[in-house]
Design a binder for this molecule. Structure first.
Ligand code: ASP
Ligand code: MG
Length: 411
């Protein structure tokens, strides 16, 4: 008898009809002779709405009460789903994160799972019940309710699959899987059958929003294969797994883009040791995540340093850099919000040459100017003008023939 963990996202259980549909799918899974543990998110945009309501009461609610509030979204889902399963004549029991044994640290709103005591879940499973656990939440050793950070239900599912040694971890969502590019931009983007954790992490942090990066890191660490698939049909989705040799035929797995960034440049910076440490030390102390960095070669004893940050951090960055600029005696501070980043990701890049030049010529042929470049073992990113994003993504997707070339060894 296999143990299957299934996670259903907010859109899959938005409204009674969808909840009933999910209930039927769960029962089918059980009737195929499996034990099932279900993890659910809050329905639809409940978490956003609850946050908004809190803000209408006070601009600065305490983190503890905020977690108490947000955890109710998932609690609604587990109860309604259990009722739907009962109505179809099957046994099911709903558990909050705390009841499910999920113990976290005390970082409200972004808690880390410390341990999971699976006794209660296992006891319920042994009574032949479907166990439904609230995602995104846990409880501290002092019995305070915590949440795991936005999108945290995925993490709950992966963590439970790991400690329960589940045979499968399925994440049901409103997309059919992971694509070679955003299908809204590239209509012939192809669904990827299997992708490695590393590639998925790059794609996730590059803006392909399928699962939160933290859940993939945890899956990687504990070797949990995740099958991401649609709750609206029975098609196979994408399996996120460790690197397998079958994947080696593919050089580039996907194209991602990110418009949520701004380019900041500090100009006429004195060219001497310690300057970069000052600039990026100050940004680090301000908890600003810096992505790409470029330093021009020095001329006349000065150079320019440009970097990209998330758009939401811009004001903070301008504040910090205003001060640093004075300290180091730089002349200018400029920024450009009209930029975007396009990236290609693929484990095959480790062993193939000419990948970067192919990407650059795809951009050149479309007359897209490259403002910054960065590379890692399995990724190449270019900063371009935001208005060119769609055309750039399409051109790169075409250049690497991602629509047509299926991975070697695919079913
Ligand atoms: N309901 C939470 C959120 O919206 C957790 C999740 O959906 O995974 O972030
Ligand atoms: Mg979600």
């Amino acid at each position: 008898m296999a143990l299957i963990v299934q996670k259903y996202g907010g859109t899959s259980i938005a409204g009674p009809e969808r909840i009933k549909k999910v209930a039927r799918r769960i029962i089918e899974t059980k009737k195929r002779g499996n034990k099932v543990v279900i993890v659910v998110s809050a329905p639809g945009d409940t978490t956003d709405k609850l946050t908004e309501t809190a803000r209408q009461i006070t601009p600065s609610p305490t983190d503890r009460e905020m977690d108490m509030l947000l955890a109710t979204g998932e609690q609604m889902s587990i109860a309604l789903l259990a009722m739907a399963i009962h109505a179809l004549g099957e046994e099911a029991v709903s558990l909050t994160g705390g009841q499910g044994g999920i113990v976290t640290d005390e970082t409200f709103s972004n808690a880390k799972i410390r341990k999971i005591d699976t006794k209660k879940i296992e006891k319920e499973l042994s009574k032949d019940r479907i166990v439904i656990v609230a995602g995104f939440q846990g409880i501290t050793a002092k019995k305070d309710i915590t949440t795991l950070g936005r999108g945290g239900s995925d993490l709950t599912a992966v963590a439970l699959a790991s400690v329960l040694k589940a045979d499968q971890c399925e994440v049901y969502t409103d997309v059919a899987g992971v694509y070679t590019a955003d299908p809204r931009i590239v209509p012939d983007a192809r669904k990827i059958d299997r992708i490695s954790y590393d590639e998925m992490l790059e794609l996730a942090s590059l803006g392909a929003q399928v699962m939160v990066p933290r859940s993939i890191q945890v899956a990687n660490r504990f070797g949990v294969d995740i099958h991401v698939r649609s709750s609206f049909n029975d098609e196979e989705g994408t399996v996120i797994t460790k690197e397998v040799s079958k994947m080696e035929g593919v050089v580039v797995s996907g194209v991602a883009y990110d418009k949520d960034l701004v380019k900041v440049a500090i100009t006429d910076v004195p060219d001497r040791p310690g300057i970069a440490a000052k600039i990026f030390g100050a940004l680090g102390a301000g908890k600003v995540n810096v992505d790409m960095i470029i330093q021009s070669s020095a001329q006349g004893g000065v150079n320019d340093i440009s970097f990209t940050v998330n758009r939401g951090d811009l004001n903070k960055v301008l504040d910090i850099m205003g001060k640093v600029k004075q300290e180091i005696g730089a002349k200018g501070l400029v920024y450009d919000e009209g930029v975007a980043k396009v990236s290609i990701v693929g484990v095959g890049m480790k062993t193939h040459s000419g990948v970067a030049s192919k990407m650059f010529s795809a951009l050149a042929e479309e007359d897209v100017n490259i403002e910054m470049i960065s590379t890692s073992e399995i990724k190449i990113s270019c900063v371009i003008k935001e208005k060119d994003t769609e055309k750039a993504v399409r051109a790169i997707h075409r250049k690497f023939a991602l629509a047509k070339t299926p991975r070697k060894g695919r079913k």
